[in-house]
Design a protein around this ligand. Structure first.
Ligand SMILES: *Cc1c(COP(=O)(O)O)cnc(C)c1O
Length: 222
């Protein structure tokens, strides 16, 4: 199968599954295992957004891919590395601590920008995963909303590896519930627009549950 065909299949699947929501989620092509020569053909498939999980990888690939894609940081971000990517990424998906929020705020203000971020939720309460617990989300959202250098745009979640599809769907649905709840709070300076969830194995379920962004790697580059 060609890259174009793989993209077409994903598009078909999300169009079908997201029908009740009126709009399919945006595809973020996760390029963490791919080199620039594999990444660039995505342009011809109409993919505009790519996701990387490491700061170092973004730095290395940037000269080859810059201005062709909007780059999303989807992995864990260390406070001391914010300064290396703040100007180059369009959205940080993995904000999950107030110290990280403060550093993003500080760096954003230094560059006179507002940095778009998503708050990561540890929806399955996994020990080893990043993200805030559900019950911490609302206070964390309120704290982030007070930082002028941050533009909180929504929520993100990473699902447990190897979970049953039924379990995954209920977790996705729970995330959508949290997202809607946050939107209803209508907090000043917060615009709840994006819900980033679903990867190669389960993006169809995420689309059905109301994701606005899916992050797909291996289904594209396998
Ligand atoms: C690697 C990764 C993905 C994509 O995973 P695939 O299973 O290859 O689609 C999505 N989100 C995050 C945070 C990742 O690290």
């Amino acid at each position: 199968m060609t890259l174009n065909e793989r993209v077409a299949i994903i598009r078909e699947n999300i169009a079908r599954e997201s029908q009740p929501w009126g709009k399919p989620p945006k595809i973020i092509a996760v390029t963490k295992y791919s080199q620039p020569e594999e990444i660039l053909p995505l342009v011809d498939c109409g993919i505009t957004d790519i996701g990387e999980n490491r700061v170092q990888a973004i730095r290395e690939k940037l000269p080859f891919i810059n201005e062709k894609f909007s780059i999303h940081l989807i992995g864990r971000l260390q406070t001391n590395k914010v300064k290396y990517i703040i100007k180059d990424v369009c959205l940080i998906h993995s904000l999950d601590s107030i110290s990280l929020a403060q550093e993003i705020d500080r760096q954003a203000q230094k560059h006179a920008i507002r940095m778009p971020v998503l708050l990561q939720v540890n929806i399955a309460r996994e020990m080893q995963k990043g993200g805030v617990m559900e019950e911490e989300l609302m206070p964390f959202l309120r704290d982030c909303a007070k930082l002028p250098g941050l533009e909180v745009k929504g929520l993100m979640a990473i699902m447990p590896l190897g979970a049953e599809r039924e379990t995954l769907f209920s977790l996705f649905t729970r995330m959508r519930g949290l997202f809607d709840q946050c939107a209803q709070e209508a907090i000043d300076g917060v615009s709840m627009e994006e819900l980033s969830m679903g990867m190669s194995q389960d993006y169809d379920l995420a689309a059905r549950a109301g994701a606005t962004m899916i992050r797909v790697g291996s289904a594209l580059f396998r």
